[in-house]
Write a protein of this length. Structure first.
Length: 372
């Protein structure tokens, strides 16, 4: 029997990038899958994927937390303390033949005493930020990538070699197509929908500069509906009362959502007509179907020659909130300038669109990694 651990050491939204691979591997006669999680919300999302795929039950185990780790995690604003959690669970995880993760922070596993399992990394997303292309990737025995863009950049940076990666396509795109959706339209009118997706990364996020002017401007117009759905990590560590205050700013033409299922299952990226954002990889999920984009650069970053902002070449870029509504009004007419490039970069980023990304990932793990 081959024992494989799927390690969800960060927030639960990452389940949508890997759970389907686990379910495919579980079909193999000689494979035993155990899902370990850090975020207590993870089992709910794993079950959501499992039920949507009509798969048999799986094992879910919370990662052990020592008293110091539990204490530090209790201070929500400080984070998940992934290295501390890994250290607390090193003995248990070292029993497995392979560990599959969507977090590059698991690169510290060897240093923390997890020496036996093969380490397999499947990045959660297909964005351009330099954060996804660090030396941490070198620590993994095999890397599952969505498309050729990520593969080529990692090869160019010496993070992978031609023998230790597989392009499989986007597991999240495939997973989200089978998830049950809320019935009915998001709004009570047929106006175009603008999706605002802000990242939380300091120095990149447009939230602090744009959110208040955006809500003010959209409240005084009737041409568009607006969905405000920032990266789920932005409010993940905030008090529920804080999230409730923001959600309560919704109106008949504006949805403010700080972390529902619809923020992570592509409900909004599928429904929107125009994307507005800064540095999130979700833009490529939106561009599975090419549509107009507007990018926000409130920090006046020199982005044109920077590969971390390649996606900003797929729509107009503005710096000033006063230019927001004019840019959105012009976006559909200007889409012709970007549509061909959008198609090219979506293909390179999302990879094979033929059904079977999870199956290709399972096959790579079994036949390429574990057969060695």
């Amino acid at each position: 029997m081959t024992n494989i651990a799927f390690l969800y050491i960060a927030e639960s939204y990452q389940c949508y990038h890997a759970a389907a691979i686990a379910l495919e591997l579980a079909k193999y006669d000689s494979v035993n899958i155990t899902n370990f999680y850090n975020d207590p919300e993870t089992p709910y999302h794993l079950e959501r994927v499992r039920k949507a795929l009509d798969a048999p039950p799986m094992e879910y185990h919370p990662l052990r937390r020592s008293f110091p780790t539990a204490f530090m995690q209790s201070i929500r604003l400080l984070g998940m303390f992934k290295d501390m959690v890994l250290r607390d669970n090193a003995t248990e995880l070292n029993k497995y033949d392979a560990i599959v993760t969507v977090e590059d922070t698991v690169s510290s596993a060897r240093r923390l005493g997890i020496s036996r399992p093969r380490l397999i990394y499947s990045p959660h997303g297909c964005g351009d930020r330099a954060r996804g292309f660090t030396d941490d990737v070198k620590s993994f025995d095999h890397v599952l990538l969505p498309g050729e863009k990520s593969a080529q950049r990692m090869l160019d940076n010496g993070l992978i070699n031609p023998d230790n990666y597989t392009i499989i396509g986007s597991v999240k795109l495939e997973t989200c197509t089978v998830l049950p959706r809320t019935n009915g339209p998001l709004f009570g009118n047929s106006h175009p929908i603008v999706l605002y997706n802000s990242h939380k990364a300091r120095g990149l996020s447009s939230w602090g500069h744009f959110i208040e002017p955006m809500l003010e401007q959209f409240s005084h117009q009737s041409d568009f509906n607006l969905i405000v759905a920032p990266h789920t990590k932005m409010f993940r560590r905030r008090k529920q009362s804080t999230r409730d205050r923001w959600n309560a700013r919704s109106t008949p033409r504006i949805i403010v959502d700080t972390g529902s299922d619809q923020c992570v299952d592509m409900t909004y990226t599928t429904a929107a007509d125009i994307y507005v954002g800064d540095a999130s990889s979700q833009v490529y999920e939106f561009l599975e179907v090419p549509r107009p984009c507007v990018f926000l650069n409130p920090h006046n970053l020199a982005w044109r020659e920077n590969p971390s902002f390649a996606h900003w070449h797929l729509g107009d870029v503005i710096n000033d909130p006063r230019d927001l509504l004019p840019a959105i009004h012009a976006a559909s007419a200007r889409h012709a300038l970007y549509i061909d490039r959008q198609k090219e970069w979506a293909r390179k980023s999302l990879g094979p669109t033929a059904k079977g990304a999870a199956n290709r990932g399972a096959d790579a793990i079994w036949n390429t990694v574990l057969s060695k």
